[in-house]
Design a protein. Structure first.
Length: 189
């Protein structure tokens, strides 16, 4: 078991995972009540430059674009329900392949069709993001989203960013009322 992080905490991935190159980020959640309406959380990664800006849609990895153009970020597929144990969606990041102009990877989650379905993050529980070093399959860090996100329809879950050529992980947990990935993207243009 890796380091358990609280909102706002940061760790050095370079120091925690000596020689870390390829990592898997697993995101998971459960419905609040069994038998309740299906909540479809979608995870995505926004690849940002030094100005925290997105340089085109090719730098957004999600269920509709499973791999970045450079191949450094790969989404392993969409989970429509969140049911079951462990990771519901996984994203693999190959750090040496991330282009030098990309300084930050933002991990976001939003609820698909949230307005039409009248759904929000208060309808899920046990949400988390974890980082696994793929060289040895050891979990390096985990951030459990324990706040009440009722009324929030999207989350900036975490960030992986370069700091003095070292990779770091930040537990963000910032909710918003953005109703779609497109609305999240607008904040980074």
């Amino acid at each position: 078991m890796g380091i358990s992080l609280q909102k706002g905490q940061r760790i050095s991935l370079s120091k925690e995972g000596a020689g870390l190159s390829k990592m898997m980020t697993g995101l998971g959640w459960d419905p609040v009540k069994e038998g309740s309406a299906q909540v479809d959380c979608d995870t995505s990664v926004l690849m940002l430059n030094a100005e925290n800006k997105l340089e085109g849609i090719k730098n957004v990895v999600y269920f509709g674009n499973l791999s970045s153009k450079c191949g450094s970020v790969v989404h392993k597929g969409d989970n429509l329900t969140g049911k079951g144990e462990g990771d519901d969606e996984q994203i693999v990041v190959n750090l040496p392949l991330v282009p030098q102009n990309i300084r930050k990877l933002v991990f976001a989650a939003n609820i698909y069709n949230c307005v039409k379905r009248n759904q929000h993050f208060g309808m899920i529980k046990n949400a988390f993001i974890r980082i696994v070093n793929m060289a040895d399959n050891n979990e390096m860090a985990r951030f459990s989203l324990t706040e009440d996100y009722a009324g929030q329809t999207s989350l900036i879950v975490a960030e992986i960013y370069r700091h003095n050529e070292e990779w770091k992980f930040a537990a963000i947990g910032q909710g918003s009322k953005a109703a779609s990935l497109e609305e999240i993207i607008k904040t980074y243009k």
